[in-house]
Design a protein around this ligand. Structure first.
Ligand code: SF4
Ligand code: SF4
Length: 400
């Protein structure tokens, strides 16, 4: 196993982390026997970072991990979980939630504790409720060992949050299609330059860069002469960045776990050759040709006076165009942009057609017109109808 260094505390973390959000299931519940064997097997092969959160598996992932990490496994890993902003109404709620999480995880400390899924709205509300004071107190008491945050907003907000506290780590979405989306490469480098470890989520962009690939992409990988899966190419590209500490993979298949562990062994920083990088560039260009809108995620069009998160709307619309599942994409749109997770609404229907954004878009995108298509495809009544289900899946309330 390859290990990478956390600058602020000296921890050596496995470059592959186990995300406990897509565990194997049976009859709608976590397949406890199989999932336990997978997690313990990965730890036996060197994985030492496990990431969970309240919403995963409808609130059951934390409780499951509490059991799966018995028999000495807890001591062999660094455990990460997150404070859900949507469950916090007061400063006292933060202590209450953390205590419940400690009990569910059957532990006396969370090694890596994150504020979950920050964007401008959640960040401002939590800060005003005193979340930085909460983190100071939880660190001082030893209930948490390191403070961080996970993030899905724009790079400007990301830098503001990075500068607001002495974080040990952060967690961002990063893959070869998101170099300029959300925190992106700019955010990755900004965090690393301040000695903040960066954990990467969605290295396969919700599975899109692994599994069944578009024929054009398959042909590009075949021409490289290297026998690698799409997942191996995408993961290797992320690990090639020296600023990345841990890459999280939500694993639930024994073959994928074995493959990811094998890929991780020699996917060292700056290890990819110019030819390999050119192959990934060609694959990225091919995916982009399949995109519905040629948005690069540069955010020059932001902020929108009506509150639309324009790059995020187009990113999800493009995910659908490139073969993403309609239910998953709608769920993500509803949860992250239509206020499903109690953040501020930022979906396409808020657009007032003022035209300000289109004037500055370097890609010349007719943004208001394209947003209408996004709204028709991903928003509306159908998405509202699946929101209660998505909320149950992603946003479980904190229960004992
Ligand atoms: S046209 Fe719509 S999306 Fe663009 S800035 Fe105006 S309100 Fe925002
Ligand atoms: S300015 Fe254009 S390319 Fe850049 S994020 Fe906005 S829509 Fe996308």
């Amino acid at each position: 196993m390859q290990y990478r260094h956390v600058p602020k505390n000296g921890d050596q973390l496995s470059a592959l982390g186990f995300g406990a959000m897509r565990l194997p299931t049976r009859r709608g519940k976590i397949d406890e026997e199989r999932a336990t064997a997978q997690i313990r097997g990965a730890i036996d092969r060197g994985v030492n970072y496990i990431d969970t959160a309240v919403p995963y598996h409808g609130g059951e992932s934390e409780r499951f991990l509490g059991r799966a990490l018995q028999d000495g496994y807890r001591e062999r890993v660094k455990l990460a979980t997150k404070l859900p902003p949507w469950s916090v109404k007061t400063r006292e709620d933060m202590d209450r939630v953390l205590d419940i999480q400690l009990r569910k995880l059957r532990t006396d400390r969370i090694d890596y504790y994150l504020l979950h899924s920050l964007e401008a709205g959640h960040w401002k509300r939590l800060r005003d409720l005193g979340v930085l004071d909460f983190l100071d107190a939880a660190l001082a008491s030893g209930k948490i060992r390191n403070a961080g945050f996970s993030f899905h907003g724009d790079v400007r907000t990301f830098k503001e949050i990075i500068d607001a506290y002495d974080w040990t780590f952060c967690q961002i979405q990063y893959n070869f299609l998101d170099e300029t989306n959300q925190a992106g490469t700019e955010g990755l480098r900004y965090a690393a330059s301040r000695g903040i470890a960066v954990m990467v989520m969605e290295p396969l962009r919700g599975g899109m860069l692994g599994g069944k690939l578009p024929a054009e992409v398959e042909e590009i990988y075949r021409r490289s002469g290297l026998d690698r899966s799409g997942a191996a190419w995408a993961l290797r590209w992320v690990w090639n960045h020296p600023e990345v500490t841990v890459v999280l993979s939500g694993m639930n298949d024994e073959r994928h776990i074995a493959e990811n562990i094998a890929t991780c062994e020699d996917a060292l920083p700056d290890s990819m050759t110019a030819d390999e990088l050119a192959t990934v560039d060609a694959a990225a260009a091919s995916y982009r040709r399949l995109m519905k809108v040629g948005c690069t995620g540069c955010s020059y069009c932001m902020p929108c006076p009506a509150g639309v998160n324009i790059p995020q709307c187009f990113s999800l619309y493009n995910t659908l165009g490139m073969g993403g599942s309609r239910l998953f994409t709608r769920g993500m749109y509803g949860m992250s942009l239509m206020g499903g997770m109690a953040g501020e609404r930022a979906d396409a229907s808020l657009c007032r057609d003022c035209g300000k954004c289109a004037k500055v878009c370097p890609q010349g995108i007719a943004i208001p017109d394209e947003l209408k298509k996004v709204g028709r495809t991903l928003g509306g009544l159908q998405t509202k109808m699946i929101l209660p289900l998505a909320r149950m899946m992603f946003s479980a309330e904190v229960k004992e």
